[in-house]
Design a protein around this ligand. Structure first.
Ligand code: SF4
Length: 365
């Protein structure tokens, strides 16, 4: 038997017993006749697509509760397509990378209305849909349609780097690791092979402490032979994360309503609800008295401390000012009572500002 085929055999045997139970996943089918081959059960394309979009840049643990809410509320793609963007954003709030939610909305409408509710099966056609890149297209194609292909995530990169003791650091080694993973494209149960590799990386070949004693590939792992597989993959040191600074203005009306506004649809946190804020600048030298961002004249109180939020490519440090004003009209926002907040699409950043204000007022009272 070819060495790769033997590795796949060991991997699938391990997966059939120890693969993760995930809400979007179909476990392989075992026959009553124990000698008959186990078959891949194709996943529901809608569930696979939804989970793969949510899993982009996000951990399985974080995704599961969101996924469960979405499939309960919108059990089919046609129901999701009928939902408003606002409703999708409210239910996505806290999951981050909100362009994903906007693309989810667009994509559901294209599939439901233009494609009669049917997902295309080929990677090329999937790749044309909003929010679906090469990785997600390959994952849907293999898992939901059983087509032989490979989608290489960070887990699979790590397994390949260790199995083949790849000494070139990431990100330069990406192509090499992807080529190595492509060697495991299988005509038999391609989706299960892919999910087994993902699981091997996530549960056994873990980033810090790989559990080599439990690994179905330990007998063939070059990283284990040369020692210290945990040091692989090597990584080119990252540049320090950039800092951004800004101000948020917590404006309370006499009746207790808070002024909030909707961010523009395009761009960061697009379509989400925020506290009135300044631009996010590279230096901290702005001054509350001179800055042009003040939304209105008021007795502004600077709250102690600041709100720190890390985005993928910079860390934001927000100073929060609070003021109470009378019932006068202000442009660029709407007033909400606190009990309405749970119906709004509040991203993590807005939630942190609210917590910051609450903790400051508890200290005062
Ligand atoms: S033997 Fe260890 S390092 Fe090698 S693939 Fe398995 S878990 Fe990873």
């Amino acid at each position: 038997m070819h060495h790769t085929d033997e590795l796949i055999l060991h991997l699938l045997k391990w997966y059939d017993s120890f693969g993760r139970e995930l809400p979007w996943r179909q476990k392989p089918k075992h026959h009553r006749n124990k000698k008959a081959a186990i078959q891949q059960v194709l996943g529901n394309p809608y569930f696979i697509w939804l989970s793969e979009i949510m899993l982009q840049q996000t951990t399985v643990k974080t995704v599961i509760p969101y996924y469960n809410i979405f499939v309960k509320k919108w059990p089919t793609i046609s129901l999701l397509a009928k939902a408003s963007l606002e409703d999708i954003l409210v239910n996505w709030a806290g999951l981050g990378y909100y362009a994903r939610a906007r693309n989810l909305h667009k994509c559901s409408r294209i599939i439901s209305m233009d494609l009669n509710g049917n997902f295309p099966s080929s990677e090329a056609e999937l790749n044309k849909l909003p929010g679906i890149g090469p990785y997600t297209a390959a994952a849907i194609s293999a898992i939901a349609f059983g087509l032989p292909t490979m989608a290489v995530d960070v887990n699979i990169e790590r397994v390949m780097a260790r199995m083949y003791a790849v000494s070139q650091p990431l990100p330069k080694s990406k192509k090499k690791l992807s080529d190595l993973a492509s060697g495991f494209i299988s005509n038999e149960r391609p989706g299960d092979v892919l999910q087994a590799l993902m699981d091997l990386g996530a549960t056994i070949c873990k980033p810090q402490k790989p559990l080599c004693d439990l690994c179905p590939w330990a007998w063939s792992c070059r990283g284990l032979v040369i020692g210290s597989p945990a040091n692989l993959p090597l990584k080119t040191p990252k540049l320090p994360i950039k800092q951004r600074f800004g101000y948020a203005f917590w404006i309370v009306r006499k009746d207790g309503a808070i002024l909030l506004r909707r961010r523009p649809d395009n761009g960061m946190l697009g379509g989400m609800i925020e506290v009135t804020s300044s631009d996010w600048l590279e230096n901290e030298s702005m001054n509350i008295e001179t800055m042009s961002y003040k939304p209105c004249l008021a007795e502004w109180k600077k709250l102690p401390g600041s709100v720190i939020h890390t985005f993928s490519h910079f860390r934001l440090n927000l100073t929060v000012y609070a003021a109470q004003i009378d019932g006068r009209k202000l442009r660029g926002g709407s007033w909400y009572m606190r009990e309405q907040f749970n119906k709004l699409a509040l991203p993590k950043l807005t939630q942190k500002i609210i917590e910051h204000v609450d903790s400051a007022s508890q200290k005062v009272s």
